[in-house]
Ligand binder design. Structure first.
Ligand SMILES: Cc1ncc(COP(=O)(O)O)c(C=O)c1O
Length: 455
């Protein structure tokens, strides 16, 4: 008799999507009904929107962000977008020029942004995360060197426009609960980064898409402050750090916010926050001038969702407890099945705060256990999909590598399968340590080339 054991159920710890049970479908239904049954909302919702987006949503977002991050609500600083990815492309269209602008991506990076920079013909380089969230010393060296060799009178490809400017540098990072490393940049690093950006005419672009999803990692930590951000975003630091930016300036930081991780990626709606001058410039992007702000109808629905308080309730009462539970299951399994094999977990708390958040845990396999080989064995022989660190290297820059790292996502898979997934990874690590060779490569041996899987 041959082996009669049934094939293992596939477990996917790669996909960075919310589990379908965590989508606020009833609340979005109610919000859509409220929007569509009221002509004063549905009519503007079904027509072209103003360039910076649906004004009531700009105001709702302004007040909500001020409740969460502190600071004064100011709708003039907010522009409605089609989500973080779409907005990154628009920012580059308005504020960069390939002959002038260099991009510095903090690595490991949200690698799907690489394609967006490439579409804008921008050259991208990697900078390490260092201990605090970005290796400032390395970054400063790069900026200085780049500025020294810069052509003082470059032949810009784009014509100057009164609503825009061309930054010399763009620094891209995910400073809070990063995708992929889970790391959070310290406050002093945020302040130094803003100072550096001001000195070198850099625009810091942050994807602040996980900030609302946070929980205490220790029973000793108070949960009372969980509906307030623990750290200011870089855009908040740029707004408040002395010397304050001059009235009317473009500033040096833009926050990319999104409803993808807190409502659902399919809503394709988000917001940008920056100085009013920057926000106005962004709203003048050709595609918004022609089509009005993106996601106009959904913007009216998201506005109702915020106005009713349902989104904040969903985050506080459903998402944060669910992700906390999922995170704890995964961490316990990591302690049980991986740590004894020499696997280590990236830093999970910041400063003296025992807080974690987001979707991902970043682990380092023992030396000699390559993550690509392990993820191939996991997929081919154990029905487990994980993301090897190589995926999160900056495209075309080999200077910062992650050969031993794996990103584990706890948001997508069934809660009941998280432990089994980690257990299978433990089995793989054990096999590699014992010298088992990698399986025959099917379909080229790469993890399926469906980039959307890796978000
Ligand atoms: C860091 C980061 N930025 C952007 C996105 C995509 O955001 P959006 O759906 O708003 O385009 C993701 C999704 O995983 C992400 O992790």
């Amino acid at each position: 008799m041959g082996d009669v054991s049934p094939p293992k159920k596939q477990i996917n710890l790669l996909r960075g999507w919310p589990h379908p049970s965590l989508l606020p479908t009833p609340a979005i239904t109610a919000a859509a009904n409220a929007a569509l049954s009221n002509p004063s909302v549905s009519t503007p919702g079904l027509l072209y929107g103003p360039d910076p987006g649906y004004q009531p949503l700009r105001e709702e977002i302004g007040s909500w962000l001020s409740r969460f991050f502190g600071g004064k609500a100011d709708a003039e600083r907010i522009c409605i977008t089609g989500g973080a990815s779409q907005n990154l492309a628009c920012v580059l269209q308005v504020f960069s020029d390939p002959t002038v602008t260099k991009v510095w991506m903090v690595a490991p990076c949200y690698f799907l942004a690489c394609r967006i920079f490439d579409d804008a013909a921008l050259e991208v380089r990697a900078v390490g995360e260092g201990k605090e969230g970005v290796d400032l010393e390395q970054l400063e060296k790069y900026l200085v060197t780049e500025d020294e060799k810069r052509d003082p009178k470059p032949q810009k490809i784009k014509l100057p426009k009164p609503w825009s400017k061309t930054y010399r540098h763009i620094i891209y990072c995910v400073p809070t609960f990063s995708n992929p490393s889970g790391k959070t940049m310290s406050l002093s690093c945020r302040q130094s980064l803003v100072r550096l950006a001001r000195k070198h005419d850099a625009l810091i672009i942050t994807d602040d898409v996980y900030d609302f999803l946070q929980w205490p990692t220790s029973s000793l930590s108070s949960t009372s402050s969980m509906n307030k951000a623990l750290l200011p975003r870089l855009v908040d630091v740029d707004r408040t750090l002395e010397p304050l930016p001059a009235e009317g300036s473009f500033g040096n930081a833009m926050s990319n916010g999104s409803f993808s991780k807190i409502a659902g990626p399919g809503v394709r709606t988000g917001w940008a926050e920056a100085t009013p001058t920057f926000t106005y410039g962004l709203s003048q992007c050709g595609s918004s001038r022609s089509g009005g702000a993106p996601s106009q109808l959904t913007a009216t629905i998201m506005c109702e969702l915020l106005k009713s308080g349902d989104l904040e309730k969903h985050i506080e009462h459903t998402l944060c407890p669910a992700y906390k539970r999922r995170y704890e299951i995964m961490m316990k399994a990591i302690q049980q099945y991986l740590v004894p094999l020499g696997v280590t977990v990236g830093e999970v708390s910041f400063g003296d705060k025992e807080i974690f958040g987001g979707y991902f845990i970043w682990v380092e396999l023992p030396k000699g256990v390559g993550a690509e080989k392990a993820s191939l064995m996991a997929r081919e022989e154990h029905g487990l999909i994980v993301a090897p660190g190589k995926i999160f290297e900056v495209a075309n820059d080999e200077s910062v590598k992650f050969e031993n790292s794996i990103r584990l996502c706890f948001s997508w898979e069934e809660e009941a399968d998280l432990e089994e997934g980690v257990k299978r990874l433990g089995k793989v690590v054990q096999e590699v340590v014992e010298g088992k060779s990698a399986p025959e490569k099917k379909d080229g041996g790469e993890i399926k080339n469906d980039l959307g899987e890796f978000r």
